[in-house]
Design a protein around this ligand. Structure first.
Ligand SMILES: [Zn+2]
Length: 202
């Protein structure tokens, strides 16, 4: 059975620094017919379970801990009994959303996650958030960038705990090292490619 990527969009809100915005988040699910990994747990457990179906969830991987990416992670964990994985540098952001629950496993640069006969490689890409990570799937020719890289450029760095120089450094060092035809599956909005974004970033 070959691994594949499934996708849905979930709508809700993002709050930080006393402001709240309406947002549409991408839900990405990587796996085969029997098992999968869920990338980000935005607004609704049922939106996520609709993509998962009856497959076993091996892990809930959070690209970073902004509330629109982790809000239902503990509730999803209850449903599917899988560990929540997060880079520990995002503890401060996690605790803005979840004071009663912690995540289960720390992500780190170079960690690999096996699912459905394929591999996700963790790339630590701080900047949008201190513990922001991307997940590279070499067999599938794609990378899941969360809010680090979008179609049209780097993720936002205007709010607390973000750093605009650092996000560009992360993108150049970690993401632009990937093949140009790598498809970029983002945390919000449309796909792009590494090559297209490399050409656009000054
Ligand atoms: Zn974010």
């Amino acid at each position: 059975m070959t691994a594949r990527v499934d996708h849905a969009v979930s709508s809700g809100t993002f709050s930080l620094d006393g402001e709240t915005h309406e947002v549409d988040n991408n839900i990405w699910v990587v796996g085969d017919d029997t098992e999968c990994v869920v990338i980000d747990a935005p607004h609704s457990v049922s939106d996520i379970l609709a993509v998962v179906g009856d497959r076993k969830v091996k892990a809930i991987v959070c690209t970073h801990a902004h509330d629109d990416h982790v809000r239902v992670a503990p509730a999803l964990r209850e449903e599917v009994v899988a560990p929540i994985m997060l880079h520990p540098d995002d503890k401060v952001l996690w605790e803005l959303t979840h004071t009663d629950y912690l995540w289960d496993l720390d992500l780190a640069d170079g960690v690999t996650i096996e699912v459905g006969g394929t591999t996700l490689q963790v790339l630590h890409t701080p900047g949008h958030a201190p513990g922001a990570v991307c997940l590279y799937a070499p067999d599938l020719g794609c990378v899941f960038t969360g809010d680090t890289l979008f179609q049209g450029g780097p993720g936002a760095t205007g709010r607390s705990y973000s750093d605009s120089d650092l996000i560009k450094e992360s993108i150049r060092a970690k993401l632009f090292a990937l093949p140009d035809d790598t498809v970029v599956h983002t945390g919000h909005g449309d796909d792009t490619t590494i090559g297209a974004e490399k050409a656009a970033l000054d």
